[in-house]
Design a protein around this ligand. Structure first.
Ligand code: SF4
Length: 362
């Protein structure tokens, strides 16, 4: 690839105005053509044989008041999950140290809350500070945040906040009724405004149509700035939840979704998240080929099983994949990507304004 071609692919990159037809056309490409395009764009933006590794710990498990129809932690369904209160700070720090020793560069802490209560905030802020002191990047997922809570987390040094959009706006009402799509977008706005990096993706295999996968990816790619981290989850069917027996998604459709996430958000980390334990090594390799470059490593993925770290290491060895350490993730490059995307968006708005017919003012 010439340097000029390489730069063109990088710069072609950041758009926030993807249309439904454009995204649909990507889904309709022959599988190999799509994979080739995604891999080419991936190579222009990332070290192709490197995968970022995060570890996830559930810091408060179960009894969640939300009714997400896929979730083992929702208090609305009987899934037989053992509930746990907020973990002690000391315990969280020990787990973070373990994760670091096993090669994780980022430690994600998840709580099954609608949103954190004020009395919980001092504990979670202290967790962020102490985990950061170990030299790990920190990420939290605590439900909806107010602007003030996002600010507090930013001041404590939180690097990433995870808040997924889950599915398309059209399908959303079939999956969650206790909070709206707009609530989610508000939280994402607060997180971005506080200067915390955004981790935001969705779940496929919820019984949605391809149009919904298109809608989800459009929403993510057309946010004011692309999330730095985009988890693509494959539904893990949990007995006792309303989606416990939904039909399986074609694995190739999952790989397509990963590839299109890579094409639409070329400078974001695309993460293989929940559902990886149901994928064989060959399918995971296809996902890496399609541009996935981040995984959760070992232990448990909140409350769903995740392949053991040793299996992951073996797979990486077989594929010649290296893991990325925290220092390799350049904040500057990510910040520049956001700035560039916002600049392009402004340019787009200016151009549209300039071209728009003048309205008559009564
Ligand atoms: S996905 Fe999160 S918000 Fe929804 S029920 Fe599960 S823990 Fe609660």
């Amino acid at each position: 690839m010439t340097a000029l071609h390489h730069d063109a692919l990088r710069n072609e990159a950041l758009r926030n105005n993807w249309s439904r037809n454009e995204v649909r056309a990507l889904f309709e490409l022959p599988f190999m053509d799509l994979l080739f395009r995604a891999q080419t764009v991936h190579r222009a933006n990332f070290e192709p044989n490197t995968v970022q590794v995060s570890t996830l710990l559930s810091i408060k498990t179960g009894a969640c008041p939300e009714d997400c129809k896929y979730c083992s932690q929702s208090g609305h369904y009987d899934t037989g999950l053992d509930k746990e209160k907020l973990l002690a700070i000391q315990k969280v720090v020990e787990e973070a140290q373990n994760a670091k020793d096993k090669g994780a560069s980022r430690f994600c802490m998840g709580a099954a809350w609608r949103s954190p209560r004020e009395k919980d905030m001092p504990y979670v802020l202290e967790m962020v500070k102490q985990v950061k002191e170990l030299g790990l990047e920190t990420c939290m997922t605590l439900g909806m945040l107010s602007g003030e809570q996002a600010q507090q987390l930013a001041e404590a040094g939180l690097d990433y906040y995870n808040h997924n959009l889950d599915t398309s706006p059209e399908h959303y009402g079939k999956i969650i009724t206790t909070r709206t799509y707009a609530d989610r977008l508000d939280t994402l706005g607060h997180v971005r405004e506080a200067g915390i990096k955004v981790c935001c993706g969705g779940i496929v295999g919820l019984g949605e149509a391809r149009e919904d996968r298109i809608g989800l990816l459009m929403q993510l790619a057309n946010l004011p700035a692309h999330p730095e981290s985009v988890p693509i989850n494959m539904l893990v069917k949990i007995e006792g939840t309303p989606l416990g027996e939904v039909d399986d998604l074609d694995p190739f459709e999952f790989v397509r979704t990963v590839a299109i996430a890579r094409l639409l958000m070329p400078q974001s980390y695309v993460r293989l998240s929940a559902g990886r334990e149901t994928m064989n090594d060959e399918m995971q390799a296809l996902c890496f080929m399609a541009g996935a470059n981040s995984i959760f490593y070992g232990e448990k993925l909140l409350t769903t099983a995740n392949p053991e770290a040793a299996d992951d290491r073996k797979l990486f060895q077989r594929l010649g994949i290296n893991t990325q350490s925290t220092q390799d993730v350049s904040d500057e490059s990510r910040e520049e990507a956001i700035a560039q995307s916002l600049r392009q968006q402004q340019m787009g708005t200016l151009a549209r304004d300039a071209m728009a017919p003048r309205e008559t003012v009564n």
